[in-house]
Design a protein around this ligand. Structure first.
Ligand code: NAD
Length: 248
């Protein structure tokens, strides 16, 4: 018996990076998986196949988490295939970094819509199901820069800080219905998002981290597993930093 046997999780932005690692970790623990990403491409298809071979039911849906109607549609469709949703991981996220002086309105709107509005969209879409089930765990993938701020990331930091406010509010609103809501704030995690940075910048970052290295996607996935499972049955409204003591 895995920690998530009998549960179904919906993970956004799941075809690579942290979302993919969470899908794999949840599958190891027996969860069925509703996965979304912008496109049903080879990456998405390969992951879907791999997870089904692990003995759980997994299906990937092409869906833009930043679009309200699309979130409603995908949850409706998924409920025909899966019947229940116990866990929601709002993981989809992007960066469009620029100093405020150069940041365009498009860069601001895009990051706020993909990172923050998506959390509202998906949480609204699964809320009714979780209320009927009288249980649920919602996990929002924030960032340490949502806590600390970061020069050149006004849009990203604001979106990630907004997710924290949303997390704490939902924990208060839905706590009496046994629905928990927590945020994970990763520090510097080695994924395609951070691979875009030069070797030099990555080294510089690692030097600033007390643990002297970036984190792995699996290290974030293990915390997501804790929050998704009954191991954290009395943990709600919290922000767990996974950052090698980068921010204390
Ligand atoms: P990534 O770029 O590797 O993966 C993000 C996934 O989200 C991609 O598959 C992408 O296609 C998908 N996506 C983008 N826009 C989408 C949309 N509108 N709808 C649905 N899917 C969409 O990124 P990652 O590093 O795995 O990051 C995952 C999450 O963790 C993000 O929210 C990110 O902000 C957060 N995070 C990452 C780090 C890090 O160091 N990598 C640190 C802190 C927080």
């Amino acid at each position: 018996m895995g920690l998530l046997t009998g549960k179904t999780a919906l993970i956004t932005g799941a075809s690579r990076g942290i979302g993919k690692a969470i899908a794999e970790k949840f599958a190891e623990e027996g969860a069925n998986l509703i996965l979304t990403d912008l496109f049903y491409d080879d990456q998405a298809k390969n992951l879907e196949e791999k997870l089904n071979q692990m003995g759980v039911k997994a299906k990937m849906y092409a869906s833009d988490a930043s679009k309200f109607a699309d979130a409603q549609r995908v949850v409706e469709e998924a409920l025909k295939d899966f019947e229940r949703i116990d866990i929601l991981v709002n993981n989809a996220g992007i960066t469009r970094d620029n100093l405020l002086m150069r940041m365009t309105e498009e860069q601001w709107d895009l990051v706020i819509n993909v990172n923050l509005k998506s959390v509202f969209n998906l949480t609204k879409a699964v809320q009714g199901t979780m209320l009927r089930q009288r249980s649920g765990s919602i996990i929002n993938m924030s960032s340490v820069v949502g806590v600390s701020g970061n020069a050149g990331q006004a849009n990203y930091s604001a979106s990630k800080a907004g997710m924290i406010g949303f997390t704490k509010t939902i924990a208060r609103e839905l706590g009496s219905r046994n629905i928990r809501c927590n945020a994970i704030a990763p520090g510097f995690i080695l994924t395609e998002m951070t691979e875009k940075l030069s070797e030099e910048v990555r080294k510089e970052w690692a030097e600033k981290i007390p643990m002297k290295r970036g984190g792995s996607t699996e290290e974030v996935a293990k915390v997501a597993l804790f929050l998704a499972s009954d191991l954290s049955s009395y943990v709600s409204g919290q922000v767990i930093q996974v950052c090698g003591a980068m921010l204390t």
